[in-house]
Design a protein around this ligand. Structure first.
Ligand code: SAM
Ligand code: SF4
Length: 339
């Protein structure tokens, strides 16, 4: 059965945060110190994660799952979870190109330890990988992430390419006055590696709550900077994917922008989210959560949990309202929700 929200959008994609912990402290995401981690007992076990994922796939034809966090590679034995989830099959009756096939399984990581586990993750059944890298300058990398890990992330990108992930993509958050001067350098880096860079507009989900509109470098400006050096052609509409994409006219690949702030794509959103402590959310910016962990641990049946997911999706709103006076920041920040 398809899961359709009040605005007619069909849910297809589940983002699962598997931990709120992280080995970086990116300034746009976390404070240097003082993040309060969830107690381990509150974090869903791999069995619990698999059960909820399986309900979404089997009851609601969800055909894509992305693992995120926090930093998902901080979870011990990650390949074990990947292998469990990679075994989920989209129902043959689903209205999906993946009907009868395994789900589309992806991960978003900061790449710091990827050189050590890329091959194992690939062998466990992970197909796609997004690696975050906002700068190619060592000093600046340290300033932005508060960790001196640029070399390891670069090695992680090479390890992901060598392991055969398809595709490998890079995520770069652009902030005014911080790294906007590297837009073209990052695009060039992606072109040379043969992988797509996706620039992300800075969103009001930093834990410190210091986001301001004037720190956002918008899609138009990002695309203009790249097109001035590498002529671009807009690719056909993105469907439910968050990135608008352009082709380099010289044939050297593609580049994307996720314009969450200047051109919200809520009208096409097909995503729902599960936090590391088992709270179901219908939007990154939602102020409402549905406690599936309590249901799991109280022995609720699959049907009862599916009914609660359906009820939650029945409350999904039309859009996030950033920039309007009515916008309310969610209680939890990006790393606590799962970006
Ligand atoms: N730790 C992993 C990583 O950094 O890739 C996965 C979780 S992280 C929250 C997911 C993505 O959200 C990353 O690409 C990160 O750069 C992005 N992100 C974090 N805070 C953000 C913010 N305030 N605005 C826009 N993107 C943000
Ligand atoms: Fe950690 Fe990712 Fe947040 Fe950076 S963006 S602090 S790597 S969760």
């Amino acid at each position: 059965m398809e899961l359709i929200d009040p605005f007619g959008r069909t849910v297809r994609d589940l983002r699962i945060s598997i931990t709120d912990r992280c080995n970086f402290r990116c300034t746009y995401c976390m404070p240097a110190e003082g993040m309060k981690w969830l107690p381990r007992t509150e974090v869903l076990s791999y069995e619990e994660l698999h059960r909820l994922a399986s309900i979404c796939v089997n009851h609601f034809d969800v055909d894509g799952i992305r693992l995120t966090g926090g930093e998902p590679t901080m979870r011990a034995h990650l390949p074990v979870l990947v292998q469990k989830l990679a075994g989920l099959i989209v129902p043959a009756t689903a209205n999906s190109p993946r009907a009868g096939k395994p789900i589309d399984l992806a991960i978003t990581t900061n790449g710091a330890t990827l050189r050590l586990i890329a091959q194992e993750l690939r062998e466990a059944g992970l197909e796609r990988i997004n690696i975050s890298i906002d700068t190619l300058k060592r000093e600046r990398f340290y300033e932005m992430t508060r960790r001196d890990e640029l070399e390891h992330v670069l090695d992680g990108i090479d390890a992901a390419i060598a392991a055969g992930f398809s595709p490998v993509k890079l995520n770069a958050v652009v902030q005014r006055g911080i790294n906007e001067d590297e837009i073209v350098d990052l695009a060039t880096f992606g072109r040379n590696k043969g992988i797509e860079v996706r620039f992300i507009e800075f969103m009001p989900l930093d834990a410190q709550g210091t986001w301001e509109n004037n720190q956002v470098v918008g899609q138009d400006e990002i695309v203009a900077a790249i097109a001035a050096v590498y002529p671009l052609e807009l690719m056909p509409a993105r469907g439910a994917a968050p990135a608008d994409r352009w082709r380099y006219l010289d044939g050297k690949g593609t580049v994307g922008v996720i314009p969450s702030v200047t051109k919200p794509f809520c009208g096409d959103c097909d995503r729902v989210r599960l936090t590391a402590d088992g709270q179901f959310r219908t939007c990154l910016f939602s102020t409402n959560e549905f406690d599936l962990r309590a249901m799991l641990r109280e022995g609720a049946s699959d049907d009862a949990i599916a009914a609660e997911i359906k009820r939650a999706v029945g409350t999904k709103w039309a859009g996030h309202n950033i920039g309007n006076v009515t916008f309310v920041r969610p209680r939890r920040s990006m790393s606590q929700i799962g970006g």
